[in-house]
Design a protein around this ligand. Structure first.
Ligand code: GLU
Length: 548
């Protein structure tokens, strides 16, 4: 045995598989030409946030638009930062938003696909086999430097205004002979495994990022850590091994990783892998005090995907909105194709924003109003019940008491060429529907009317309400009562001589509206009254009269 073979055996006594075995186990995928294999690879260090949902959406769109494949890999190598239930939350969130995960991690003990395991903590043997192979080629070595020693080197580099890190002459353990290294291992000294970087900082590498264009950065010359003291890989190393073995063609991820591309390309090269194509997604931005900053997990509640669930945004709305910020021509496409499924949109990575798309809650609300306006009353009712059950239990009780009544509320002004767009999210519904369940407590009467006029309107209308009337008859009744109380039945007439009347037919219906709902602006009043029924209508007219 050579010295390197001995070292490799001492480091990884239980590893008997070689890279060739894994190559055979995970052969190239049999997909049609041009099909892209992409993935979302979240770390369960928190709950699903909008950035991950956005990146996942871009991946999903890429897979769908190329007849490719989208898989989920759980990157759980940072046990210290792991959050209980984080993985389940991320997975459930992606599903809730309708992303099509074709393969990968599916939960604690479940996965689909032949390229797993898809949870990094289950892949230790694979990583170790590749590091063992690198040791045999003298491309990786154990490093015994303690954190105190590393800090001392860093301080020295900083003091001399040099680049910090473990490279060149500072990479002291790269000079240990295999025998020296074995001695330290046998003495029980802890170590990490490092790459023997073949890079040179004075050379530059060039790569084409599919979103950001051509990027040039100095080559990596740092002997980066491949395996930590506990044998767990770093993100860099796991990325190279996993994305190769899972046969990823395109790595679409957050742009915080751009600076690491030189490391990654070098790893692919030393491992003998073909590098994937990269597309780095700029973060979602937010405008604050006139300037743009990244949407922040700490500062912005809307950065958490839970926010949208709590507020009751239909997942459809959030997805529709994310598409508008993914490709700026999506909105025009949607206008021309109002009923087409989103998957029909010709998505293109190259059309993504390089500087970061701006997130705008008002815009989301507008998009969502359109989405909700296109839903059926039955679907709205069901979604409202689902939301209220978790987030507004008192309202759930009211909405669930009489489903036909609730559906009636959400049927008003739905459908037709110009549906009303009052609702952006389900948490708008308690306020929207309040007067269906509670009599008004305040009456914002039209300012141009005196109490006496209002009393006249209500008293005259009281005996006339007939629930059997259709909209036209209902309106004709209101019009017909105008002359008897001195109001003008025609708005045009009224405008000619406003001083001749206390008000016009529109004021009469506003008075009735305010008496019914406590509001001046509501959906179709005739429908509201017919849903409330004769008893409540009469009661509310009397109640309003009593306040005058
Ligand atoms: N686990 C990494 C992260 O959450 C994945 C980055 C990648 O997609 O490669 O940032």
């Amino acid at each position: 045995m050579t010295a390197l073979e001995k070292l490799a055996e001492l480091l990884f006594p239980n590893i008997d598989k070689t890279p060739a075995d894994y190559e055979a186990l995970y052969p190239p995928r049999d997909l049609k030409e041009g099909a892209r294999v992409v993935r979302i690879a979240p770390s369960p260090t928190g709950y699903l946030h909008l950035g991950v949902l956005f990146t996942a959406t871009i991946n999903d769109l890429t897979a769908r638009s190329t007849d490719g494949l989208f898989y989920f890999r759980l990157e759980d190598t940072d046990k210290k930062r792991e959050v209980d239930g984080g993985a389940a939350d991320i997975l459930a969130g992606l599903r809730q938003y309708g992303l099509q995960i074709d393969e990968g991690y599916q939960g604690e003990d479940a996965s689909i696909g032949a390229y797993g395991p898809y949870r990094q903590s289950d892949r230790a043997e694979i990583y170790h086999a590749y590091v063992k192979a690198l040791v045999l080629q003298d491309l990786a070595y154990p490093c015994f430097c303690t954190s105190d020693e590393l800090s001392a080197v860093r301080e020295q580099q900083e003091a001399q205004k040099l680049r910090t890190g473990y490279y060149g002459k500072y990479a002291t353990c790269r000079n240990l002979t295999p025998e020296q290294a074995m001695e330290k291992i046998r003495a029980g000294q802890p170590y990490v495994m490092r790459l023997r970087s073949p890079g040179d900082e004075s050379r530059r590498i060039k790569f084409d990022d599919m979103i950001k264009g051509t990027i040039e950065i100095p080559e990596n010359d740092q002997d980066i850590v491949l395996l930590k003291t506990d044998g767990i890989p770093t993100y860099h190393f796991a990325h190279a091994v996993d994305d190769h073995l899972m046969r990823t063609t395109h790595v679409i991820r957050g742009d915080e990783w751009i600076a690491s591309v030189p490391i990654h390309l070098q790893l692919f090269r030393v491992l003998g892998f073909k590098a994937p194509k990269y597309a780095h997604v700029s973060p979602i931005m937010k405008e604050e005090n006139g300037s743009k900053r990244k949407l922040s997990k700490r500062k912005d509640p809307e950065a958490a995907v839970h926010f949208y669930t709590e507020q009751g945004y239909p997942p459809e709305s959030v997805m529709e909105y994310l598409h508008t910020i993914a490709n700026s021509d999506y909105e025009d496409w949607r206008r021309c194709n109002p009923d087409a499924p989103r998957s029909a949109f010709p998505f293109n990575l190259k059309k993504m924003s390089v500087s970061g798309a701006l997130f705008d809650l008002n815009k989301l609300n507008d998009v969502s109003k359109n989405v909700i306006a296109a839903m059926t009353a039955d679907d709205v009712t069901q979604a409202v019940l689902n939301w209220a059950k978790d987030y507004a239990p008192d309202w759930y009780a009211l909405f669930a008491k009489d489903i036909a009544f609730t559906t009636g509320i959400f049927s008003i002004d739905r459908g037709g060429a110009k549906p009303r767009k009052d609702l952006a999210k389900w948490s708008d519904t308690p306020d929207y529907a309040d007067y269906f369940f509670h009599a008004p407590t305040e009456y914002p009467w039209p300012e141009n009317l005196q109490a006496d006029d209002i009393r006249k309107v209500l008293t005259a209308y009281l005996p006339l309400y007939d629930p059997a009337q259709d909209k036209q008859e209902w309106f004709d009744t209101i019009k017909a009562l105008c002359p008897s109380i001195g109001f003008c039945p025609e708005v045009k007439e009224y405008k000619k001589q406003p001083d001749a009347y206390p008000g016009h037919v529109g004021d009469v219906s506003t008075v009735i509206r305010v008496a019914m709902t406590g509001r001046r602006n509501t959906p179709d009043l005739c429908s509201i009254m017919s849903l409330l029924g004769r008893d409540i209508v009469t009661e509310r007219l009397n109640q309003a009269l009593a306040t005058l």
